[in-house]
Design a protein around this ligand. Structure first.
Ligand SMILES: Nc1ncnc2c1ncn2[C@@H]1O[C@H](COP(=O)(O)OP(=O)(O)OP(=O)(O)O)[C@@H](O)[C@H]1O
Ligand SMILES: [Mg+2]
Length: 328
């Protein structure tokens, strides 16, 4: 099974080798708002032939960055979710039971799992919530990473293509169902901590991801000012969810993107075209309820509801500090 794709893989390696790391960085950067440092450090690690853990909360551009790097290199990106069900057999692959009964345990009857696929095709294996995987699965993975090959009973040894990498992700706020990674696991991994971006970058991301919707809304009568004001307000209130004392984990920029999209639809439904409309703040609150209430995780020790938290954040933003909220 290593043979069938080797011609293709060689072509890919050549493409990967032809562009220098600096060229890769420049081209990948065009897919990202900001993130120069994270991109540079991640690229340095993978270009050095190493694997890495990206540690950070959800929605902090990990997938966006890895997609852009692998597309640039012309190699596959395989996703696996780390959870208690991720057994070594799921990661490595298994023999098709029906065919084994009919025929035998041959290499042809082996159904490769994502680890073997990534090794064979020289892709990135992206394991999300790595720390939720069972210990025996982690050990299988670490062995494959160290040896760059894996021995599979009745199949043989799969040797990884040179561009094979393991990229793992971990959420530092996550403490449910996680394996406590041993120091020996940590000692085998590189790590980069990725945090939320600053407000101007998040506004840039939201503008990018809501562009078409804003253009559509403009046709429906919403002004450019309404769109701009919504982006600034949605980012500000979303960021405030991360600072609220009763919130364990706030919303990522995904909440701000949806807040703008929902608000634009509400504006159309309510015939609102400009942000100086007296009903504008309430419209933002309604959009916040839809886009943010499910994305904030309240501290277990408090009785407060997500809606109450959002109302407090809204009051701070629109009533206590209206000057800060107003543009200019
Ligand atoms: N730096 C960025 N540039 C452009 N878009 C971004 C950036 N960061 C995040 N986004 C956008 O925000 C959303 C979430 O980003 P992404 O999926 O990359 O996050 P993630 O870190 O992979 O999250 P998770 O850990 O939940 O999988 C996507 O819609 C993405 O397009
Ligand atoms: Mg992701």
């Amino acid at each position: 099974m290593t043979d069938e794709s080797s011609g293709e893989s060689t072509a890919r390696e050549n493409t990967a080798r032809e562009s220098t790391v600096a060229q890769t960085r420049a081209r990948v950067a065009t897919h990202l708002v900001g993130r120069e440092r994270e991109l540079e450090l991640t690229l340095a690690a993978v270009a050095a032939g190493r694997d890495i853990v990206l540690e950070g909360p959800p929605g902090t551009s990990k997938t966006t960055m890895l997609k852009a790097i692998t597309e640039e290199w012309g190699i596959p990106l395989l996703f696996v979710e780390g959870n208690a069900d991720l057994t070594p057999a799921k990661l490595v692959g298994h023999h098709n039971p029906a065919r084994v009964l009919r025929e035998d345990y041959s290499a042809d009857n082996f159904v490769p799992g994502p680890l073997v696929e990534a090794m064979r095709d020289g892709g990135f294996l992206y394991i999300e919530e790595f720390n939720r995987a069972p210990e025996d699965t982690l050990n299988t993975l670490l062995t494959a990473m160290a040896d760059r090959s894996i021995a599979i009973p009745r199949v043989g040894t799969i040797v990884a293509q040179p561009t094979f990498r393991v990229i793992a992700s971990m959420n530092p706020y996550d403490n449910v169902g996680t394996t406590r990674l041993s120091t020996s696991v940590h000692d085998r991994l590189n790590r980069l901590s990725i945090d939320y971006q600053d407000a101007p970058s998040e506004e840039g991301i939201v503008a990018l991801r809501t562009d078409r919707a804003r253009a559509g809304a403009a046709e429906g009568g919403a002004s450019v000012e309404l769109g701009q004001r919504l982006i600034a307000d949605a980012v500000a209130v979303t960021r405030a969810t991360r600072e609220h004392p009763d919130v364990r984990q706030g919303s990522s920029v995904r909440g701000a993107i949806d807040c703008v999209l929902v608000a634009l639809q509400l504006a159309e439904l309510r015939g609102m075209t400009a942000p100086d409309d007296p009903a504008y703040p309430e419209l933002v609150y309604d959009a916040m309820v839809v886009s943010l209430s499910g994305r904030i995780h309240i501290d277990e020790a408090t009785e407060i509801t997500p809606e109450q938290v959002l109302r407090e954040i809204w009051e701070d933003h629109f009533i206590l500090e209206p000057a800060a909220a107003a543009p200019g």
